[in-house]
Design a protein around this ligand. Sequence first.
Ligand code: FES
Length: 192
Amino acid sequence: MGNRKEPGSLFFFEPDLYQTLRDSITMLPIEMKKKIVDKIAHAESPREQAIDVMTEMQNYYGYMSDEAMVEAGELLGMTPLELEELATFYNFIYRQPVGKYVIHICDSTVCWMNGYESLLDYLCSLLNVELGGTSSDGLFTLLPVCCLGYCDHAPAMIINREIYGELTPEKIERIIGKLRDRAYSAEKGIGE
Ligand code: FES
């Protein structure tokens, strides 16, 4: 995004881009918006709700596009830059499109010592992606994450908020297979 301003400026976007983004906001469904506005109204400060609001919007939009960040900022009374700073520190807000399932594999010390590198290689070849990439079927995005607090079950990963530990290639293959079947069933309307 060449028109983005450097961190430290008041707005994350140049004013003309900011206005364009405001004008092109994809509106949330009215009921969802009401719920979010109500939640913000009951918070001590809008900032404390920012991650929840972005998460909720992300669940709807799929990821937090620039337009979605501007929309979130409007609802929270925060600048896109303020939101961007929070999103940067929170691994589970996605600023780029991601797959249906986002795999965060832990690369911190205990997982590292328990086979992180070989499991990462295995996942990359199983999904045919690089770290940071999304599989060609759009189902899986593979990202690193720091310690998940699941060290006694290392090596660990989390997929769409479900945590998996004591990973082995066989276990990973089973998990991925199950998620693929689930996505396939959902697509065919068989139910998840
Ligand atoms: S180091 Fe991986 S869960 Fe703690």
